[in-house]
Design a binder for this molecule. Sequence first.
Ligand code: HEM
Length: 314
Amino acid sequence: MASTSSLSAVLLLCLAMTASAQLSPTFYQTTCPNALATIKAAVTAAVNKENRMGASLLRLHFHDCFVQGCDASVLLSGMEQNAIPNVMSLRGFEVIDSIKAQLETMCKQTVSCADILTVAARDSVVALGGPSWTVPLGRRDSTNANEAAANNELPPPFFDLVNLTQSFGAKGFTVTDMVALSGAHTIGQAQCQNFRDRLYNETNINSGFATSLKANCPQPTGSGDRNLANLDVSTPYSFDNAYYSNLKSQKGLLHSDQVLFTGTGGGTDNIVNNFASNPAAFSSAFASAMVKMGNLSPLTGSQGQVRLSCSKVN
Ligand code: HEM
């Protein structure tokens, strides 16, 4: 039994590796040579117009890849968009749709929505001062989406360290990858309903920090649920390593952020310490974990399709 399951695990890993091995950074070099420059210009303009958009596009890519792989399933109207972690929370669809429209006029049905989203996530990080990396390309778009999987496989903010480790481990990430990817919360915002419990019921929270947030996130549930706070209290619009120093001073906004430092079970404190004191270590761990995330079960070759419009199948 054990050997059967480890054999299937090896087979699955091989399949995943074969699929990502087919991705290549030069995939559009001859078919749509200006694709990458077009995406970068549009993302930079969108982030300059509204800083938060960089965060929203990065999160959109994460929520795409964790649910049946990086296949743009999250961009299809309805479906996954209605899942609990996504509804009234995900943003940035219009930016991706407008990039897609531009690329369709340049190179008809060539650049997939899944690739646009992967590149847009990287360009968002760069636009906010974070690290860059080379994006392997050639993903194709799904013809379906899975709301139930979005509910089951995206980690909720009340998860403890053990649940988070399982959730990321199930997608092939190490604990270091998980702590690095969580550093994405160095930008962007969260709604009061996602951190209220922490403000009023947790003890490992800086008291001044809690007090300042309570004003805009009152009890009881129902009032101010959608009021926003910055995930990184110190440098909210800069993609840096301040997120980890915040954790060390008990200023993580979400429960799932703070458990990475002195969370039950421990084990990640040393990684947080390293990323807090060594920005280069964080940048390189984040970049490599992002490439790994972008390689989650892509559709390649003749699988799926290249959508004409990211919000609907052809
Ligand atoms: C470790 C598990 C994670 C949990 C539990 C989690 C949970 C959340 C929650 C609850 C929000 C706020 C949503 C809202 O209130 O509307 C949020 C925002 C965000 N998340 Fe995560 N997240 C996790 C990991 C990640 C990862 C891996 C990334 C990307 C690599 C990411 C990127 C973001 C960004 C950038 C925002 C801000 C979005 C915006 O301002 O529009 N998160 N996350």
